[in-house]
Design a protein around this ligand. Structure first.
Ligand SMILES: [Zn+2]
Length: 339
C-alpha cells in the first residue's frame, strides 16, 4: 500500500507511530503562513493530516524567500496569495490531505467561521494582537492552541490546552504596545531555528492527541542563540486573576477594537470601495503608465513601487503595506480608480 510505505518511517518511531492515526483524523488550522506556518503546514501534510485550513492575508514577496520554506521565486514573481502558493506545494507533497486555503485577515469577526471544527490551532503570527484573539477563541471553543514565536536567534513556544494549562493572558494580561516587540521584518531571523520551534509545537500537539497531555506539561519553552540554552519553565495552570481563564473574552467581544485597529494598522492600510474592480484593466493601465512591477493573478493584483506594495482585490478591497503614509492609498484609489 502506498500509504503504508509513505508513513512507514514516521510510524516506526513509536511515540509518533501510536498517535499517527489520530493525526490522520484531525483538522489542523495554521494561522499565518510565514516561516513557522510554512514549516508546520509542510510537516502536517507529510503526517497525512485529514484536513488543513491555511489562513493568511499576504501575498508572496521576495523578502519571504530566505526563510519561508514553501515559497519559490515563481510564487514571488506572480505575487500569489501565500495560501494559494502553499496549497499548490502541499497538494504536490501529499494529495490525500484536504486543503482549505483562506486568503483572509483573521479577526474577531471571522475567527469562528474560519476555525470551525478545528482539532488543533497552530499559530506563526507576528501580530501580538491577533494572538490575543486566537487565545480567546481557543479558550471559548476548548481547542488546544500551539503557539510559537521565532525572531533573531530566539525561540519561544507554549501549548495552551483549555482546562489543563493557563493561557497567554495569564502571563501577559494585555498585548505589548505596537512597536515594543522585536519582529522578523525589523530584526531578522535565523531561519533554521523555525524548524526547531515547529518540532516542539508538533511534539506537544502529539502529546495532546495521544491523551497524554497533563498539567505537568504546562510549560514555556525557550531557546537562545548563540549559547543553545534550552529552557523549560514550568507553569502552574490558569492564574486566578486571569480574565480570559475566568470566561471574559475581551478580544473576541470587541472591547479592544480600537487598540486592534492601531496595532494592525502599523505600516498597513486598507480601503473598501464597496464595488467590484476590473483587475485586468487596472493592471494594463498601471503597466502602461508607471514603471511599477505589476503582477495580476487569479486572486488579486500586486503592484510594487519601491518598498510600497499595493494589493487590489476584485471585490473592491485595497491594501497598502510597506509605508507609514496611509494617504498614499487614497491617492492611488483616486488616481487609478477615479474615487
Ligand atoms: Zn488565562
Amino acid at each position: 500500500m502506498d500509504s503504508e510505505i509513505r508513513y512507514s518511517r514516521l510510524s516506526r518511531y513509536a511515540p509518533l507511530g501510536r498517535v499517527l492515526p489520530a493525526w490522520q483524523q484531525s483538522h489542523c488550522v495554521v494561522i499565518g503562513l510565514g516561516g513557522l506556518g510554512s514549516g508546520l503546514s509542510m510537516q502536517l501534510t507529510r503526517f497525512g493530516v485529514r484536513r488543513i485550513t491555511l489562513i493568511d492575508r499576504d501575498t508572496v514577496g521576495f523578502e519571504n524567500l530566505g526563510h519561508q520554506s514553501l515559497f519559490t521565486t515563481a510564487h514571488a514573481e506572480a505575487g500569489l496569495p501565500k495560501v494559494q502558493a502553499a496549497a499548490g506545494m502541499l497538494a504536490a507533497i501529499n494529495p490525500a490531505v484536504e486543503l482549505d486555503p483562506q486568503f483572509a485577515d483573521l479577526s474577531r469577526h471571522n475567527i469562528r467561521e474560519l476555525c470551525a471544527g478545528a482539532t488543533l490551532l497552530f499559530d506563526g503570527l507576528d501580530s501580538y494582537f491577533t494572538r490575543y484573539i486566537v487565545n480567546d477563541y481557543a479558550l471559548q471553543s476548548s481547542t488546544p492552541w500551539l503557539s510559537a514565536g521565532v525572531v533573531r536567534g530566539e525561540l519561544s513556544m507554549r501549548a495552551v490546552v483549555p482546562g489543563v494549562t493557563g493561557c497567554l493572558r495569564c502571563l501577559l494580561p494585555d498585548p505589548p504596545p505596537p512597536g515594543s516587540v522585536p519582529t522578523c521584518s525589523a530584526e531578522g531571523v535565523f531561519g533554521p531555528l523555525l524548524s526547531v520551534a515547529n518540532a516542539i509545537q508538533l511534539e506537544q500537539a502529539g502529546r495532546f492527541l495521544a491523551g497524554e497531555f497533563t498539567a505537568d506539561d504546562d510549560a514555556m519553552y525557550s531557546l537562545e542563540l548563540p549559547d543553545w540554552r534550552i529552557r523549560r519553565l514550568q507553569l502552574n495552570g490558569p492564574a486566578q486573576t486571569c480574565r480570559a481563564c475566568s470566561g471574559s473574552y475581551d478580544f473576541l467581544s470587541g472591547r479592544f477594537d480600537q487598540q486592534a485597529a492601531a496595532a494592525c494598522s502599523d505600516g498597513r492600510f486598507e480601503l473598501e470601495l464597496g464595488s467590484a474592480i476590473d483587475i485586468e484593466g487596472l493592471a494594463a493601465g498601471l503597466s502602461a503608465e508607471t514603471g511599477w512591477e505589476v503582477r495580476p493573478n487569479r486572486w488579486c493584483l500586486v503592484a510594487d513601487h519601491g518598498a510600497e506594495r499595493y494589493t487590489v482585490f476584485p471585490n473592491g478591497r485595497l491594501v497598502l503595506s510597506g509605508t507609514q503614509d496611509g494617504s498614499r492609498l487614497n491617492h492611488f484609489a483616486a488616481h487609478w480608480l477615479g474615487l
